[in-house]
Write a protein that binds this ligand. Sequence first.
Ligand SMILES: NC(=O)c1ccc[n+]([C@@H]2O[C@H](COP(=O)([O-])OP(=O)(O)OC[C@H]3O[C@@H](n4cnc5c(N)ncnc54)[C@H](OP(=O)(O)O)[C@@H]3O)[C@@H](O)[C@H]2O)c1
Length: 227
Amino acid sequence: MERIVLVTGGNRGIGKEVCRQLAGLGNKVFLGSRNKKKGDKVAAELGEGITAVELSVSNDEDIKHAVDLIKREHGRLDVLINNAGVYIGSSGLLKPDIESIRDTFETNFYGPIKLNAAFIPLLRKSKEGRIINISSGMGAIDDLHGNYAAYRMSKVGLNAQTIILARELEGGGIKVNAMCPGWVRTDMGGSGASRSVEKGAETAVWLATESKIPTGKFFRDKKVIPW
Ligand SMILES: NC(=O)c1ccc[n+]([C@@H]2O[C@H](COP(=O)([O-])OP(=O)(O)OC[C@H]3O[C@@H](n4cnc5c(N)ncnc54)[C@H](OP(=O)(O)O)[C@@H]3O)[C@@H](O)[C@H]2O)c1
């Protein structure tokens, strides 16, 4: 089955690798990039089956254009992967950096809320609609620590929306899950990280393509982990 997939933040890092793997499996991939030129360049580099779409997840106009484009070209969306993310501001809550918290939430938290709501009508047209939120173990409530509060709280919030949306969509065919890619060698993870991008992308690709998966769960390495 050829799936129609949208990956946000697809121009580098884990998102780029998810695009590469899903296109390699014969799917039609829309690579979201907030810089269209960069997106086009990466789409051309990755090859067949990939189209870049200008998409800043904090820009309502971009979101509307992406919905219109995919609706016009395919009339449905099978998989939405909310991958775009930022990791800014290392402060904790003793001296909160409110600007970093706001900026982080704009991308990591409000972005997926808006994207998901905007694409639900097209996901409902799919036989197996899927939403995959790329979260982080740093947002696991059982394993919260001090500092990096903006990022941790944004991913706790992303996990919460995963559960809430999954419950609201239960029985309707659209599955909503979150996943942690592990510590991955990207611009965000740094060169000292333990995992390759191939490994970091693996569980997202599996959640996008595996026929029998649950909904409303948090995964790492294709296994359910605690919230
Ligand atoms: N790397 C890790 O170790 C790790 C661990 C756990 C979770 N994660 C999660 O995995 C996801 C991908 O991380 P990564 O390591 O691949 O990060 P990355 O290399 O820093 O790439 C981040 C991507 O997100 C895009 N982006 C940022 N803000 C955006 C916005 N407002 N609208 C659209 N795109 C935006 C960036 O676009 P530009 O190029 O335009 O900036 C870039 O394409 C993130 O959600 C991250 O939190 C990563």
